[in-house]
Design a protein around this ligand. Sequence first.
Ligand code: SF4
Length: 395
Amino acid sequence: MALFRTSIEPGGSPTDPFLLRRPTRAVRVGSVWIGGGHPIVVQSMCATRTSDVPATVRQINQLVQAGAGIVRLAVDNRRDLHALAEIRQQVQANLAVDLQENYRLAEEAAPLVQKLRYNPGHLHHQEPHRAWQDKVRWLAEVAARYDCALRVGVNCGSVDPAIQARFPPEDSLGPMLASALEHCELLDRLGFGRYCVSLKDSDPQKVVEANRQFAAQRPDVPLHLGVTEAGLPPEGIRKTRWALMRLLREGIGDTIRVSLTVPAEKKHLEVEAAQAILADLAAGQCEPPLEQTGRKLNIVSCPSCSRVENEAFVQLAEKVRAICQPFQHLPITIAVMGCRVNGPGETDSADLGLWCGPNRVNLKRGSQLLGSFGYEEVLPRLEAELHQLASQHRQ
Ligand code: SF4
């Protein structure tokens, strides 16, 4: 694989200008380009309710000011669509719309944004009898009609169940890779080349492995890098830095996001953390080894977005971290998720999982639901589960 040198100025801030990069296709997203030797684009996502127009406009401007080249926001219903139309009139930013279960909203969202992100694992929810290939063909037509790029956003917590069924349950990378590769193949056959791919997992080592394997098979496709549900800072930053610095140093990755569990007013921290990664990389700084996942307690938590069921979610994640403090030696994973989009899937693979509803939190041990509790009530119950796990580990 030939590597070439390119500028990596994040959002225009001055950094050492050269980094070896793999030659991917160039994909335009409004006023920025992803891949093809263009500067690595920093992205972030709004955590405000999309339907709250003033708050979302403020959030977009905050992220752009911090240096985000593309800002994503969730659109799940007609109310969000109406809000998006108003938001569009008030901001200049390159916007990406995040489509999850309701992919049909793409047609009305596309004229208002520069990029559509769809999750292959959520296409089956709407019109379950329609083949996914038809849905992707339609999405590509909509994107082409409205001058939008696409992102095929594969996520470990919501892989297409039909693909998952073809792999042994313990294989988490195989289904993600297969899903991404199948969607690329279809888009290529359809003659739609203006797309990038992301393969996100909450385990940084899996992110490195999945992206390495994908880049080896599809060196032409631009990659959006990120560790999903990396969690609260500073741990979330540490995990993401570890994975992204490894990949970027190998020339893999064209756009990046650092997902952090922080309140909406602190979302600029995601952009600043991403810029710091690029600057340190350009300065040749080495990253210390990551504490091996599986050797100590690991908390994964989603960054929250418009879909978060209760604004108390970030505080819940902070309280969970405090309760877990005495149990750091336990080699277990705790997942804290803001809604049901990736909540049930991500908590299935954790030792203990909490995923939020509007007023209740579902507590799980592996895939088993232990019950649903109030936001405060769930904490002593979680602590009791931790004591039980600790005594099992002592035996
Ligand atoms: S789990 Fe829900 S709230 Fe959290 S980032 Fe994903 S979609 Fe948003």
